[in-house]
Design a binder for this molecule. Structure first.
Ligand SMILES: [Cu+2]
Length: 146
């Protein structure tokens, strides 16, 4: 039954037990060759999953990044092992934390346009989404545990 549900024409953001909530992209700065994509990844399943890769025609290189503090300075670092999404849980990619990094963008990230993005999960497989560009979105308040 669960396998059958995966074949039904559901929303484009849904693949099996993984749902992508509120994705948005923004340029690192106006006209920059880099950008980042943020979202919440919800895993409704009973098996932990992992975001292992991302790809997009909108950038030459797409990597999964996080921020780490080094000598008091926050630096971006590729997360080669991917990002775990616990069973029944949500992992949020947010400003100052985990993000999908676009390097060598092939089109300007213009407000109101969308960026095609394929997220590759260990269990759920590929999830294809259209990410709206929202350069004007403000920095969210920091919350503990994110
Ligand atoms: Cu980055």
């Amino acid at each position: 039954m669960l396998a059958l549900l995966g074949l039904l024409p559901g929303g484009p953001l849904l693949a099996g037990d993984i749902e992508i909530i509120d994705p948005y992209a923004r340029a690192s700065r106006p006209g920059a060759p880099t950008g980042a994509i943020f979202m919440s990844i919800q895993n409704a399943g009973t098996i932990a999953d992992r975001l292992v890769a991302a790809k997009s025609p909108a950038a030459a290189v797409v990597q999964i990044h996080t921020h780490i503090e080094e000598s008091g300075i926050m630096k971006m670092r590729e997360v080669e092992a991917g990002i775990p999404v616990p069973a029944g849980g949500t992992h949020t990619l947010s400003r100052g934390g985990d993000h999908v990094m676009l390097m060598g963008v092939t089109q300007d990230l213009v407000d109101g346009e969308t960026v095609p993005l394929t997220l590759v999960f260990e269990i759920a497989g590929e999830v294809v989404i259209a990410v709206p560009v929202d350069n004007a979105r403000g920095q969210p308040a920091r919350r503990a545990g994110q």
